[in-house]
Write a protein that binds this ligand. Structure first.
Ligand code: ATP
Ligand code: MG
Length: 395
């Protein structure tokens, strides 16, 4: 692979931890380059999360080299050539150059190679096959940098073949488009995704959820999710999809993206969150929040402090953003600035007044809570106790 210019690497790829890692690899004569998302994002000048490094020796050799340099190393996926190095508390994923020997639509049997171009060819999109030496020398075998500049997500090689190898790539196509693309989509790549959209049923719910939620967490994912739906790529996993009208309105209102809330915004009002949660293997908590967001009931905006107290901050903010009553901005400000107090009396206080344990205590506490909320949470403990005593006498 020939160099294709130089880029400035962000600090995290040049700091002492990265230097120690490369020194360990150098000492063992192992050629290594940054690859994938970290190089792509370095080219863009945007933030990087995980650092992937391609290495030109088998994983066992890499492990020995790192251990000889007293670095911690975890055999993350030896079969696939991946080990994780932990240096000064930071992690790096090191994967041996490889090619896919056999694929079944999702998982590949791999063989290690010492050929950089072979390793590049098995990657999905042109801008995901960028490599960089630690001095910033760039390698760009498929003109990924130009595609990034043109905002084109383009498959490496024949899109149909690449999708047949791994159908998850259909979802990745739309996810990367949401983050780095701009309309119009690359024609051949999109057409192939549309052709294969009917065959996504064998993917796992978790992976689909991860891709869809990451897509939706992009700064402005509305066009991408729409393109994905038009291609039929949501038919199997999210038949409840109902367009981007609410999503677009939501994006204009929110201050921070939230994938799950945006998911709620593209679902029809009758969607069954429990069924979606099961299908996409969402956590119980995620499914519950989704349910509360889809329901959009009761509406917020009438008595903000009381609603914030009853719903809790997350649900209150979700509803304010999704329902957008006239005072939604006031609602968000309130959620930011005010933490609802706790009811100053409890069941124990009722028992002290001589009440027997039982449902009556619950009824009484409900009553006192309503009274306290109606008074805008102003009553202190003494006033609440007095009211509790008064109510107790009347029951
Ligand atoms: P992100 O910033 O979202 O993590 P990334 O490019 O690092 O983006 P990963 O899913 O972490 O994406 O994968 C790392 C690299 O591995 C990709 O850049 C790509 O080169 C390759 N890769 C990952 N998944 C696939 C796949 N399904 N098919 C082909 N190549 C893949
Ligand atoms: Mg990554």
């Amino acid at each position: 692979m020939k160099p294709a210019g130089r880029i400035d690497l962000p600090d995290r790829m040049r700091d002492p931890a990265a230097a120690r890692l490369f020194a360990a690899l150098d000492a063992a004569g192992i050629a290594a380059r940054f690859v994938g998302g970290c190089v792509r994002n370095a080219v863009l000048g945007s933030g990087i999360d995980d650092i992937d490094i391609a290495v030109r020796k088998p994983p066992e050799t890499v492990m020995l080299a790192l251990r000889a340099a007293k670095l911690k190393v975890i055999p993350t996926g030896l079969k696939h050539g991946t080990v994780t190095a932990v240096v000064d508390g930071r992690t790096f994923e090191l994967t041996t150059l490889r090619r896919d020997v056999e694929t079944d639509g999702r998982h590949a049997v791999v063989a290690f190679t010492d050929d950089w171009l072979e390793d590049a060819s098995r990657r999905d999109f042109t801008f995901n096959a960028l490599y960089a030496d630690r001095d910033g020398t760039l390698y760009d075998p498929f003109e990924g940098r130009a595609d990034l500049a043109r905002h084109k997500v383009r498959f490496i090689g024949d899109p149909d073949l690449r999708i047949a190898e791994d159908r998850l790539r259909v979802l990745r196509f739309f996810r990367f488009h949401a983050w780095y693309g701009a309309p119009p989509l690359d024609g051949p790549s999109y057409a192939a995704c549309a052709r294969h959209s009917g065959a996504l049923g064998n993917l796992s719910g978790e992976r689909v959820a991860k891709e869809v939620l990451r897509l939706l967490a992009a700064p402005d994912p509305a066009d991408a999710i729409e393109a994905m739906a038009d291609a039929g790529a949501l038919d199997h996993w999210l038949p409840e999809y109902d367009g981007t009208k609410l999503l677009r309105a939501l994006i204009a209102r929110e201050t921070a993206p939230d994938g799950l809330r945006r998911l709620a915004a593209v679902l029809e009002g009758t969607a069954d969150a429990t069924a979606i949660g099961k299908r996409l293997k969402l956590s119980t908590q995620q499914a519950l929040r989704l349910d509360l967001m889809i329901a959009r009931e009761p509406p917020v905006g009438v008595n903000l402090r009381a609603e914030l107290y009853r719903l809790g901050k997350t649900v209150f903010v979700d509803r304010a953003l999704l329902q957008a009553p006239d005072n939604w901005q006031e609602a968000l400000k309130l959620a930011d600035e005010w933490t609802p107090p706790e009811l100053p009396v409890s069941g124990a206080d009722a028992l002290k007044l001589g009440l027997k344990p039982g449902p009556k205590v619950g009824v009484l506490l409900d009553q006192i809570e309503r009274w306290w909320i109606a008074g805008d949470f102003a009553a202190d403990r003494d006033s609440c106790l007095a009211e509790l005593e008064r109510l107790a006498k009347h029951t």
